[in-house]
Design a protein around this ligand. Structure first.
Ligand SMILES: [Zn+2]
Length: 124
């Protein structure tokens, strides 16, 4: 089981069951929301238990971004038509046992950094 929280710990969450799609997203929305790239993994929504008040922001018509209204930590992303949800890897506490599997939306990455590892990259 994975455990995580926002920076002020007003929002905490646990993840049970299968975790997949461990990725680092370089899209413009994730960079604006997080301040750089957003690292996340995906689980089914019933496997993610959230405690505390999450505010949801629809950055686009197809998806919502969940953040802590007190400290602003960007914790969750969910597509309106999917039963899964992404959660922030940076919010996890303790060893995760996870390993980055892909960089996504690298076509949108900023020009101020290079991706300097051997993890596979996807343009979108
Ligand atoms: Zn918080």
């Amino acid at each position: 089981m994975l455990r995580g929280s926002c920076n002020c710990r007003g929002v905490t969450f646990t993840v049970r069951g299968e975790v997949r799609s461990v990725s680092s997203c370089h899209c413009g929305q994730c960079r604006k929301q997080s301040g750089h790239v957003w690292a996340s993994a995906v689980a089914e929504q019933p496997d993610i238990e959230i405690a505390g008040d999450v505010r949801w922001y629809a950055a686009s018509p197809i998806a919502q971004r969940g953040f802590c209204p007190t400290c602003g930590a960007f914790l969750f992303w969910k597509h309106k038509d999917e039963t899964s949800m992404s959660f922030a890897l940076g919010a996890l506490d303790g060893p995760t046992g996870l390993k980055l599997q892909k960089h996504i939306f690298v076509a949108d990455k900023g020009d101020y950094y290079e991706i300097a590892d051997d993890v596979p990259q996807r343009e979108n």
